[in-house]
Design a protein around this ligand. Sequence first.
Ligand code: ADP
Length: 215
Amino acid sequence: MTQSKGLRFIGITGGVGAGKSTILSYIRENYPCEIYLADEVAHEVKKAGTPCFQALVELLGKDVLGEDGEIHKGRMAAKIFADDTLLEKVNAIIHPAVKTYLLERLQEAKKSGKVSLFFVEAALLIECGYGELVDEMWYVYADESVRKKRLMESRGYGEEKVAQIMAAQLSEEEFRRASDFVIDNGGAPEEAYAQIDARLAGLRPAMTWKDQNGR
Ligand code: ADP
């Protein structure tokens, strides 16, 4: 199965609650791929001992550390909340490190030739300049009212919290303009999966690992 015609580097973006994680779970189970969530990578690259960790402790002070010696999420958030200028500085440290990490993984995946798809997911991919890095940008779309309902049900978010997150994200029009492919996830998940299968026609193995092993 090494008739790979190269690796497709795909960005998955969309507003909160649009269904990015749901869609990636489907892709993970059905396609030969590697998937990275930018938030998880950001967590990884600032662990103790990394250059990012060093730079963040210098910027924010040692009291940003938790008892375990790692950067404490809540303490970092409190500092950023108290000083408007810090968010930009923190992002200037973390974002390039995330990109470097992903591009290294991408090179490894290309070399190994084991997968045909390489995904990175984040709500902020477009703002962070990933449009220029990926081969394709996919936008997961669902109407605001649908997303609001799903988030209030599944994550227990209040109306105000949902509105606040949405206000900080790109508008539907901005997402669409910067994307190559739109997945409409306003209906049943299976309808979204069918759109993905059509887009990735030919890449799905006849038998997945799950089919063969029954789990
Ligand atoms: P995102 O990762 O974009 O924030 P999620 O994949 O976490 O969004 O989806 C938000 C919530 O909506 C989850 O509880 C998920 O199970 C649910 N959900 C996603 N897609 C659908 C769908 N097509 N129909 C019904 N519920 C959905």
